[in-house]
Design a protein around this ligand. Structure first.
Ligand SMILES: [Zn+2]
Length: 100
């Protein structure tokens, strides 16, 4: 029987910086300030703050935090699993967190 990776694991801000590498600043300026808040009806113009970061089995990442303006819970899905350049770093983060 083979070991299957099927966990969603919490990762740190440092892990996120590592995964994005040179693209991290681009990420910050685009993703963080383009979140959808249903309460503000912001249509992806809200900024997410105080977020926790989760790495999915699919290698995509989810940010779960709150709206900077109203405090409502919001999340941002990042399709990092579709970027080949990120995959080796994602695998390293996963193994650093005890998942292989
Ligand atoms: Zn809001």
């Amino acid at each position: 029987m083979s070991t299957k990776i099927n966990q969603t694991i919490p990762i740190t801000q440092e892990d996120l910086i590592y995964i994005y590498g040179d693209e991290y600043q681009f990420f910050i300026s685009t993703m963080i300030s383009n979140c959808n808040c249903v309460r503000c009806e912001s249509h992806y113009h809200s900024t997410i703050v105080n977020y926790n970061i989760f790495l999915y089995e699919s290698n995509d990442i989810l940010l779960k935090g709150s709206c900077q303006k109203c405090g409502h819970l919001i999340s941002r899905y990042l399709e990092t699993g579709e970027v080949p350049a990120f995959l080796s770093r994602i695998n390293k983060v996963r193994s650093n967190n005890g998942f292989h």
